[in-house]
Design a protein around this ligand. Structure first.
Ligand SMILES: NC(=O)C1=CN([C@@H]2O[C@H](COP(=O)(O)OP(=O)(O)OC[C@H]3O[C@@H](n4cnc5c(N)ncnc54)[C@H](OP(=O)(O)O)[C@@H]3O)[C@@H](O)[C@H]2O)C=CC1
Ligand SMILES: O=C1O[C@H](COP(=O)(O)O)[C@@H](O)[C@H](O)[C@H]1O
Length: 507
């Protein structure tokens, strides 16, 4: 891998500590970092290199899932870290940074390849890139890359403006927009799963699939992020990016040996084929919710408007469910139900593909048949299971469901940020959001934002610890379906559950 200087804006921040340093450490231990690699951390705080290194080490002890106890390994890892004070608006700080980078590149005889990672608030994205340009930081003869965190804009227009301004300094090929859901190992497997399994490939269309359900439920509430979250809500925080990316990854049809370009092109086609919403119709397809007080796992929790720093009159959304349709050859007529919410009963990100019922035989006693389901668990645990029907010889030959389960059982499954940082270091854009996808996602979501703003969509309250407002169930019930694996449907499954065929792997 090519020599790289990793220039981290926001090196003293929460994301750096919780995600970026643990990911770099894991890559280092697995020997997936370039031989010549240095990190330059930036922030306004005055820190010596030693203090910075000690802070990085401390964050590994707090947040790394992997043991970080070997002092020799730690020492070698931390050797790559330097710190420089930089205030985003102070031009002289960029000059100082340039000198430091050039000096390091010279001392270590490194190619001047520079990866600028913006782990700072979105208001800093534009001034930082402009200063990278003006200071000459981006003008060395090696490559330059920009890794940019969310949120990418607040609505369609602001996203376009931001992209236009970034584009003055970095080309699309040089911009790596992080959507950490694309870094999740199971999401990265979706493409291969479909592409290299003819069985799935053959079934991946409206002839066999009745509906698709995409869920990202969270137990946590707004936490300490009131200032950010109360302005974005579930629609911008999760739906516009993560949920639509899951939809794209699940529905693309790929040729064998697809390239990054194929994948991104096909994702774009999916977004272009999404049936558009009109602002006036949003309330028929979208359910907007906000949590009230309730109990989660035996603990009482307050409602959203009683959370610290949230106004008592806030009508911000903490839940969204939506029905979407893709108007293309493969998916026409298949409803896609998407939901995500905070303070839900459990933490789970999953895709459920419900297959169509086979034609019923006249007079056949097959009432207790359940649909075939393919369930892809993305988190917190990875897994795939298939629900099939079989005969129960002990119960008058009635049908009973059989489950084939696969659960990832490896000691160390890479975390999303590990995959993404490794890909960015390799210059592989496959699992980063291309501008076309981002723009089309904002375009699709914009009528929802407008309808919310004009109060055209009722705000339904739900108890913390539930699965969201009843209206979210009704969205499916009107089409004759229900959300799988909520209490109701779980009980149904439990009551008829048969043998479990489990397949575990240690690969
Ligand atoms: N935290 C998370 O889990 C997630 C965060 N994100 C995104 O990542 C980005 C960073 O988030 P997070 O780490 O939580 O934010 P924090 O508020 O924890 O950290 C912000 C960082 O920016 C630096 N900073 C603030 N003002 C300036 C300035 N004027 N000049 C230079 N540096 C400055 C701070 O350093 P100092 O105070 O030393 O100047 C600090 O290192 C945001 O865009 C956020 O939306 C995305 C997904 C998840
Ligand atoms: O981007 C975000 O994602 C998290 C949920 O991520 P997960 O990996 O735990 O599923 C969410 O809590 C946060 O509000 C949002 O900004």
């Amino acid at each position: 891998m090519e020599a790289t200087t990793f220039v981290l804006f926001g090196a003293t921040g929460d994301l750096a500590k919780r995600k970026i340093y643990p990911a770099l450490y894991n890559l280092f231990v697995d020997q997936k970092l370039p031989q010549s690699f240095s990190v330059i951390g930036l922030g306004r705080r005055e820190l010596s290199d030693q203090t910075f290194q000690a802070n990085v080490e401390q964050s590994l002890h707090m947040f790394s899932r992997r043991e970080a106890n070997d002092p020799d390994v730690m020492k070698k890892f931390l050797r790559a870290f330097r710190y420089s004070v930089l205030d985003v608006g102070r031009k002289e700080d960029y000059q100082k940074l340039l000198k430091l980078i050039e000096q390091q590149e010279e001392e270590q005889r490194m190619e001047p390849n520079r990866m600028f990672y913006l782990s700072v608030g979105p208001e800093f994205f534009e001034p930082i890139t402009a200063n990278i340009h003006e200071s000459g930081l981006g003008s060395a003869y090696g490559w330059k890359r920009l890794v940019i965190e969310k949120p990418f804009g607040h609505d369609l227009q602001s996203a376009r403006d931001l992209n236009h301004n970034l584009g003055k300094v970095f080309t699309e090929d040089e911009i790596f927009r992080v959507d950490h859901y694309l870094g999740k190992p199971m999401v990265q497997k979706l493409e291969v799963l479909q592409q290299s399994n003819p069985v799935l490939q053959a079934l991946w269309n409206n002839r066999y699939i009745a509906n698709v359900q995409i869920t990202a439920n969270e137990i946590v509430g707004v936490e300490e992020r009131a200032g950010y979250y109360d302005h974005v809500g579930a629609v911008r925080d999760m739906f516009q990016n993560h949920m639509l990316q899951l939809l794209m990854m699940l529905t693309i049809h790929l040729p064998n040996n697809s390239t990054s370009e194929n994948i991104r092109y096909k994702k774009k086609l999916v977004m272009e084929s999404l049936e558009k919403l009109q602002k006036e119709d949003v309330s028929s397809y979208v359910v907007r919710g906000q949590y009230e007080a309730g109990t989660i796992q035996g603990q009482s929790v307050v409602g959203y408007t009683s959370e610290p720093n949230i106004a008592a009159a806030s009508s911000n959304d903490t839940f969204i469910a939506a029905k979407l349709q893709i108007d293309d050859y493969f998916w026409r007529g298949v409803p896609f139900y998407i939901r995500t919410g905070k303070r839900m009963k459990d933490k789970s990100t999953r895709l459920v593909i419900e297959f169509k019922e086979p034609l019923k035989q006249p007079g056949a006693n097959d009432d207790n048949k359940t649909p075939n389901l393919l369930v892809i668990e993305i988190g917190p645990h990875e897994g795939i299971s298939l629900q099939l029907n079989t005969r129960d010889p002990l119960n008058k030959g009635k049908f009973k469901p059989m489950h084939i389960d696969f659960h990832e059982n490896r000691d160390h499954v890479p975390e999303a940020y590990e995959n993404l940082i490794r890909d960015a270091l390799h210059g592989d854009p496959t699992f980063f959001a291309h501008w076309d996808e981002v723009e089309l996602s904002w375009q699709w979501v914009q009528p929802i934002l407008d309808a919310y703003k004009e109060n055209l969509v009722p705000l339904h309250h739900y108890a913390a610890g539930s699965y969201g407002p009843a209206e979210s169930d009704e969205l499916l019930e009107q089409d004759g379906y229900h959300w799988w694996f909520d209490d109701k449907s779980e009980t149904e499954i439990e009551s008829i559950k048969g043998e479990q065929y489990a397949y575990h792997t240690n690969n």
